[in-house]
Design a protein around this ligand. Structure first.
Ligand SMILES: Nc1ncnc2c1ncn2[C@@H]1O[C@H](COP(=O)(O)OP(=O)(O)OP(=O)(O)O)[C@@H](O)[C@H]1O
Length: 381
């Protein structure tokens, strides 16, 4: 666990970058620091590994005051990832990844073997081990940066805009891979970004900072979207937050069976929109029988997004809204058709979820009240 206890930083020129920050980053979770440019995110992060010294307050890691440790030793126990990987250009990929193990005194053989193992962990081909960073794409450099930070298996990782130098598609991929990796590794991560969507996607909790380095709100992403504390946070979280919050509501939706055809099969106009699947029953798209009677060809298909069974209400709603038939396609783990669902059904499920949540909250208040009286003050700790 990383704890900021009333931490402030005022630079020599009088700029207060961080103002009385108190924040806990729980063990094994990702805490994202997000906020507008200049709000003190990087300064906060760099105070953890003592690249910057706080003006006042203290930072502890698992109860130990970082100010009491030798900075070089402290840093070897903390993985640090920055934009574009921050790789040494004159070292090969494997030498870059082996940096910290070698500093820790591992013999070269073991350190390089670890580097190659990590290349695989971050989804890179072992053949890249002997290349220099300049011969890698931006996304590959970023992965190497993550591998390097993981090399000595540090319990704590600091990540400063690690995915911001790559294009949106690669960025999305890197974020997904990073989430999968973290699910296996369970590191304690402090992650800095200026991108609220990245914060909401990756954070177990998200801390929003204001310019001047003051903490505005810290909350799990769903809570931040549902109940921003003030106009600044609401504005920063952005538009569509009600819709985006549905991404955190699991959908346990009953699905309808859907009539399907395969490519090459003739359909009749009266069928209207028909779902086309491959022989494994994986959805390929929809075809409008009224406009294209006759055998189905793949060129005529129109798609929508696919919702995983048991996924979020947002995915299910998006699937139904983007489907030309209005029936959203739900797929199982193997990508096969599980059934379809309409937007009305998703909204009914949402109303049901909300009623359940309200009932659960009322029961919790009643249980916390010794007399069973459900007044808000009776629920206070
Ligand atoms: N060495 C320094 N000397 C003086 N002021 C500094 C120094 N480093 C940063 N600052 C100032 O401190 C404030 C916070 O900077 P910091 O880099 O921590 O913000 P940030 O939120 O990470 O910004 P960005 O998103 O733009 O990277 C800014 O006003 C910045 O200009």
């Amino acid at each position: 666990m990383i704890r900021f206890e009333s931490v402030s930083k005022t630079y020599a020129d009088g700029t207060t970058a961080v103002d009385n920050l108190s924040l806990t980053a729980p063990t094994g979770q990702i805490t994202v620091l997000v906020g507008p440019s200049g709000c003190g995110k990087t300064t906060s992060l760099r105070m953890v590994n003592r690249m910057i010294t706080p003006t006042s307050g203290r930072i502890t890691i698992d109860g130990t005051d970082t100010g009491s440790l030798d900075p070089a030793q402290l840093r070897r126990g903390i993985g640090y990832v920055i934009q574009q990987g921050g790789l040494f250009p004159h070292h090969t990929v494997e030498r870059n990844i082996a940096t910290v193990p070698l500093l820790l005194g591992w013999d070269k053989r073991r350190a390089y073997a670890r580097a190659r193992e990590l290349l695989e962990t971050v989804g890179l081909d072992a053949a890249l081990a002997s290349r220099y960073p300049a011969a890698l794409s931006g996304g590959q450099q970023q992965r190497v940066g993550v591998a390097r930070a993981l090399a000595a298996d540090p319990p704590v990782m600091l990540m400063d805009e690690p995915f911001s130098a790559v294009d949106p598609v690669v960025r999305d991929q890197l974020q997904d891979e990073f989430r999968r990796l973290q699910a296996q590794l369970g590191k304690t991560i402090l992650f800095v970004t200026h991108d609220i969507d990245e914060a909401i996607k990756l954070g177990d909790q998200v801390a929003v900072l204001r310019v001047g380095g003051r903490l505005a709100q810290v909350a799990p992403p769903a809570e931040l979207l549902a109940t921003p504390i003030d106009d600044f946070v609401a504005g920063f979280v952005g538009r569509d937050r009600g819709y985006r919050a549905l991404g955190f509501v699991a959908a346990d939706l009953p699905v309808h069976s859907e009539a399907t055809v395969e490519v090459g099969t003739p359909i009749v106009a009266a069928d209207g929109w028909v779902l086309v699947v491959d022989p494994e029953r994986r959805p390929l798209g929809w075809i409008d029988g009224a406009r294209h009677p006759g055998p189905v060809t793949t060129e005529l298909l129109t798609g929508g997004t696919l919702a995983p069974a048991g996924g979020s209400l947002r995915a299910a709603l998006d699937a139904s809204l983007s489907s030309p038939s209005g029936r959203g396609v739900v797929i199982d783990d193997e990508g096969r058709l599980a059934g379809t669902v309409t937007a009305e059904e998703v909204l009914r499920a949402l109303a049901h979820e909300r009623a359940n949540a309200a009932n659960a909250a009322a029961s919790a208040i009643a249980a916390a009240s010794p007399s069973g009286v459900t007044s808000p003050s009776a629920a206070a700790p």
